[in-house]
Design a protein around this ligand. Structure first.
Ligand SMILES: *[C@@H]1O[C@H](CO)[C@@H](O)[C@H](O)[C@H]1NC(C)=O
Length: 324
């Protein structure tokens, strides 16, 4: 009896964890750096995005899987399962799955940096200069009428983007020689991955959200960043729950605003491990006998959770906000 209760308790904790993570930590999809495990947002317009799981699990390879017929994608998934099960005991534990997701994530970032480094530095020089990068990315501004350039496209002016990039470039330039090495360029492209780049990520986020430029984020600005109420429209439930999130979790000191420390805590939480959360999520979704580990059969029977498929996405129904 005792073990039964414990097991149910553990299961309940896992369910709470998954629910809390997916509403609290990952719902503000444009901001929170869940990009660490995938380039896709885990939630798009608050709906579960299965492509996020596929990319977290497979990296770039998820595109290949999208093209495969179900039988072939199952066969390949079986091979991956064997790889993930490093101690070959027939079970995938959360640790093993987490290690795999970390490995996939590292590979994803390395490949992205390799690709962009080649693109901006085809001659494979040791460094690239800001002028060179600026010319390639924003050079088109030089031939534009200044009045056109200043015009905002959905609130974004290219000139501002360029200024922001230049500032980020300077922070990425650790040795301060004006040029970026490949390693420094990686920090420029993926600042959330690099310790000394984190403050600039927070600053950029602040600038985006803090519309009245008072150096802090109000509830109105926080909601305004993701939702614009139409005339006569009723406020959706997820917006109500975001407001609660703000008051309970974001504005920790309860002064009605998020300061930069609170913003940092929100978008780059120290204690939040994305690979761990994703591993828990996948196990929760596929673990039919609730023993907290996965057999190959369990993975294969939920193969559309792990790899691309044109079949229906059962995951969506389970994790939609309004189902809670
Ligand atoms: C920076 O890059 C430019 C253009 O490639 C090059 O001429 C210059 O020597 C580089 N400077 C340093 C300090 O590497």
């Amino acid at each position: 009896m005792r073990t039964m209760v414990t097991k149910q308790g553990v299961l309940l904790l896992i369910i709470i964890y998954v629910v809390v993570c997916h509403t609290k930590e990952e719902s503000h999809s444009d901001r929170v750096y869940n990009r660490e495990v995938s380039g896709k947002e885990h939630f798009e317009n608050e709906h579960h995005n299965p492509e996020y799981d596929h990319e977290a699990f497979l990296g770039e390879e998820s595109k290949t899987f999208d093209q495969l017929p179900p039988e072939e994608s199952k066969r390949r998934l079986g091979i991956i399962v064997d790889k993930i099960d490093t101690n070959k005991d027939g079970f995938i534990t959360r640790e093993e799955l987490k290690d795999w997701i970390r490995y996939t994530q590292k590979r994803y970032i390395t490949e992205d940096v390799d690709r962009q480094w080649k693109q901006y530095n085809p001659e494979e020089k040791l460094t690239i200069s800001w002028d060179h990068y600026r010319q390639l990315v924003y050079g088109f501004l030089d031939n534009m009428d200044p009045s056109e350039v200043e015009q905002d496209t959905e609130g974004i002016s290219y000139r501002n983007m360029m200024k922001r990039d230049q500032r980020r470039w300077a922070v990425a330039d650790a040795d301060g020689d004006g040029n970026l090495t490949k390693e420094e360029f990686a920090g420029f492209l993926h600042p959330e991955e690099t310790d000394h780049m984190r403050d600039i990520v927070v600053l950029e986020t602040m600038e985006d959200i803090d519309k009245d430029k008072d150096g802090k984020v109000s509830l109105k600005e926080y909601i305004g960043d993701m939702y614009h109420m139409e005339e006569g429209e009723e406020e959706p439930d997820w917006v109500k729950s975001e407001k609660e999130q703000f008051n309970i979790y974001r504005d920790k000191d309860g002064d009605g605003f998020m300061d930069d420390k609170e913003v940092k805590n929100w978008i780059l939480p120290d204690d939040f491990d994305h690979a761990e959360a994703e591993a828990r999520h996948l196990i929760y979704e596929a673990d039919s006998d609730a023993d907290e580990q996965l057999t190959k059969e369990e993975v294969l029977s939920k193969y559309d959770l792990f790899v691309g498929s044109k079949a229906t996405d059962f995951g969506e129904a389970l994790t939609r906000h309004d189902e809670f």
